[in-house]
Design a protein around this ligand. Sequence first.
Ligand code: HEM
Ligand SMILES: CC(C)=CCC/C(C)=C/CC/C(C)=C/COP(=O)(O)OP(=O)(O)O
Length: 303
Amino acid sequence: MATILAARHGVSRWRDYLELTKPKVVALLVLTAWVGMMLASPGLPDVAVVVFATIGIGLLSGAAAALNHVVDQRIDAQMARTHSRPVAKGRVSSQQAVAFACALAATGFVLLYIGVNPLTAWLTLLSLFGYAVVYTMFLKRATPQNIVIGGLAGAMPPLLGWTAVTGEIHGYALLLVMIIFAWTPPHFWALAIHRRDDYAKVNMPMLPVTHGIEYTKSAILLYTVLLCLVCLLPYIVGMTGAVYLLGSTILNFRFLQYAWKLKFNADSKTAMATFKFSIIHLMVLFLVLLVDHYFKVSPFYVS
Ligand code: HEM
Ligand SMILES: CC(C)=CCC/C(C)=C/CC/C(C)=C/COP(=O)(O)OP(=O)(O)O
């Protein structure tokens, strides 16, 4: 009996540590880094670099997420969406979570530094700092523009993927960063509208709390228009081809439809539906970038 209980306890602890890393968010971050790696090379990049970069970027992102759980434990404990998180509930102590984050970060940094290159290692560490310290400790509590500025950390992975393969910062990679940068405000504000009361309760200056729901809906619509324009840039500069133009246009049109409905014809489910669609949008957009890239280098492509 004691052995069964101990085994169950082990499984639940393992799950708690996994939850600390925000695995679904990290999965999408790593996908965008992967696309950066693939687009940076005409053929397939070196497999060892891809493996080390994937693990390293994943570990440092997971470490950043775990630190966010420690810093935010008090507000997490008071919000309906986050009250049962491992640190907020006390299932994992702050010390354990910080030790876990440090172990992940150190392993990730060494893997990137030795197995990939120092530039990627330092840029990824800078992203961790941007999210766990600049965004979580300061911006989040200071200004409703928190996610506009803090979003830069989460937008970095395609650049990290690019530098992993080439060792250089390239303008094309910065265009991919700009796409995620413009995508983040509609992504987060849609959720923040749905969870407005939660954020108000813990005094977080999120846009729907400080400026109201209508203002936030207008901001979402405007940022979605900006996102559509930014998404055209890779095609305009010749980085991508027709497959990307078609795919991104369909996705952006759909995103605009959600943002328009949210502003002018919303029901109680529209904000959450917009948030969920934002995740599908970014995931499919980056897969389309990949398909476009391999189509362009395939023998079927006629320029
Ligand atoms: C500062 C920038 C960002 C903010 C403030 C933000 C905020 C959030 C919040 C509050 C959630 C809900 C989490 C939950 O319910 O536990 C969420 C979910 C999510 N975010 Fe973001 N996000 C940001 C950037 C990103 C980026 C850059 C990506 C990926 C490239 C991303 C991907 C996701 C995914 C996949 C989910 C769903 C997670 C799940 O279902 O468990 N986010 N985001
Ligand atoms: C190394 C690297 C690329 C770092 C980026 C790390 C990272 C995990 C970015 C994701 C952004 C995110 C989930 C923000 C939500 O934080 P929140 O505190 O506003 O949301 P919460 O209330 O759900 O915790």
